[in-house]
Write a protein that binds this ligand. Structure first.
Ligand SMILES: C[S@@+](CC[C@H](N)C(=O)[O-])C[C@H]1O[C@@H](n2cnc3c(N)ncnc32)[C@H](O)[C@@H]1O
Length: 314
């Protein structure tokens, strides 16, 4: 299959991304969101052939514990395989895309194409909490979130793995239901608030204004959070509520349903520039052809076609 890939950099991630759409002055700028989303699905399924590979090759979902080395620590993530029999419960075990995203963050920080130090980070649909724990070990001030009845296991995993003294950043667990208005703490200071006070010389520079210390970039993380059309609708609304023009989103997903992923991309491309991170930039030991990893940043105002339609479309 012949494809011409356009490579870009995004402001909160220093590695290359392959343009999916939504960038200013891009070859894709004139294409509709639905054409861009359909094109991406064709490309990704053709390149990765996900159906030929077994799901969850990186985690044993039947085990009560997942052990993983990250950031110089041996992490112990408790799972509850039995809870997966309860309808609607999906986060009581880990998923491959969570392991991929966590190890990608570690690898990117080690490779100096990403800094999470001192950044405010919100993780959506944290499940067992591996990704948020790794982000805190990498220096982020992380809020791990999930549905209200999913927080017990999440809390336990955070307490087990993060202690004062072993963690460069911090971690708290909080309820967040996609589509509901987020707790004001989650968006305080609002992602755009610091920008006029800050002098920005590089994507990774933290800025000092008098005695205040602003992290220029906010980060939102999500692994395997794109899995049903109904969830997509609420997820995109929450992403928009959490994101200002200084926010970078990292989403990893499992390639199990082309229609749902296409629906997500089409919805998100209305508001976000989206780039795909190639597997060559992931942690070399944690790659999977059933997983895809995207970076999203809010479109520049010039590219934003109709932000006022948010409430109708999400
Ligand atoms: C497939 S699991 C992925 C869990 C984890 N991120 C991982 O990679 O292992 C999806 C997660 O999203 C959460 N979730 C689903 N719908 C949600 C909603 N409407 N609001 C908040 N969280 C939700 C689930 O409880 C679950 O933890």
């Amino acid at each position: 299959m012949d494809t011409v890939e356009e490579i870009r950099r995004m402001s909160g991630y220093g590695g290359d991304v392959i343009v999916v759409g939504g960038f200013p002055a891009s070859e894709s700028e004139s294409e509709s969101e639905s054409d861009l989303a359909a094109g991406e699905i064709m490309v990704i399924w053709a390149i990765q052939g996900p159906t030929s590979f077994a799901p969850n090759a990186l985690v044993a979902q039947s085990s009560l514990e997942l052990r993983l080395d990250a950031c110089g620590h041996s992490l112990s993530i408790l799972q509850s395989p039995c809870s997966m029999n309860t309808p609607g419960v999906t986060g009581s075990v880990m998923w491959d895309s969570g392991v991929v995203l966590g190890k990608f963050l570690e690898h990117s920080v080690d490779s100096k194409v990403l800094s999470l130090d001192g950044k405010k980070i919100v993780e959506l649909g944290s499940g067992c909490g591996l990704v948020g724990c790794i982000a805190a070990l990498l220096g982020g001030n992380v809020v791990l979130t999930d549905l209200p009845d999913r927080l017990r296991l999440l809390n336990k995993n955070v307490q087990t793995n993060l202690h004062r003294g072993n963690t460069r950043g911090s971690a708290i667990v909080q309820e967040l239901v996609w589509g509901d208005d987020p707790d004001p703490d989650l968006i305080e200071p609002f992602p755009d608030y610091g920008t006029h006070l800050c002098f920005i010389s590089s994507p990774f520079v933290h800025t000092i204004s008098n005695t205040s210390f602003f992290a220029v970039h906010f980060v939102v993380l999500g692994s395997d959070v794109i899995y049903s059309e109904e969830a997509v609708h609420h997820l995109v609304k929450t992403l928009l509520q959490l994101c200002g023009h200084q926010t970078t989103i990292f989403l990893s997903g499992e390639l199990r349903n082309d229609a749902v992923l296409e629906y997500f991309l089409e919805s998100a491309l209305k508001y976000f520039a989206i780039g795909r991170v190639e597997q060559t930039q992931w942690h070399p030991d944690y790659r999977s052809r059933r997983v895809v990893l995207y970076v999203l940043e809010k479109k520049s105002k010039r590219c934003l076609t109709d932000e006022s339609s948010l409430n109708q479309s999400c």
